[in-house]
Design a protein. Sequence first.
Length: 277
Amino acid sequence: MTLTALVPSSIVREAEDKREATRKLGYVARAATVFRADRLVVFPDREGERRLGGEFVETVLRYAATPPHLRKDLWGRRDELEYVGVLPPLRVPSMTGSESDGSGSLTQGIVTEVGPDGRVRVNCELQHPVSLHVPPGMEVEEGARVAIRISSREPVRARIVDEPVPGFDVSHTDLEEALGRADAGVTIATSRHGEALTTSWLPQLASRIEREGATVAFGSPGRGLPAILGVDVEDAVEPVDGPGFDLWLNTIPRQGSEVVRTEEAMFASLATLTLTE
């Protein structure tokens, strides 16, 4: 299955400063990692943004998703990354271990340039970026993470292999486009105004998600999905109808706080929706 989490560009709208905003995004990245999300998509909510918007959110999340040994070379020094020292470690399992230098070791790299004739430039754990062929039928774009099989380091012999890479990819796209992907699976909007998720309903829903995958959308502090999408909520007890979603769910039906933070909602929702039999 494919699991995609959608968060708005206004997710850090209530953070007091850049440091707190960075810390918040660190927990968003942790949630995506813990529950094995394949993609973390930032969708635009311009009206809800304040000092820090979509570019900041996407940059910090991309940095967090980058393997630690590649961060310095790929990112250098940027204003958005001033406080990345507060990011919690994701501890994504290594494919072979970064110390491995034996023949046939499998590692991951970041595509930094897409060239002609099916070749791309990749930064990985090798000393310098390398130009490699893309396997037939495999499509990659700049910023994509790819699996690399290293057969020799002196001289360098490596190739891209079409295998799953641990961790998640970060992208920025419209909500409609993200929901319309062929692999979107069950599309779910999380909201306190949605239908309460119960223990009697959960087995059927979890089984469907395990078969089809899921795309789960979250709101921002003080600005939930109904406000972002312009959906009128006249009765908070009834499920909300909205464009593009299969379900509107209240995954925390007994919430004790007036506001559930986005990162808290991600942990609570994904923990429930990714249960298996």
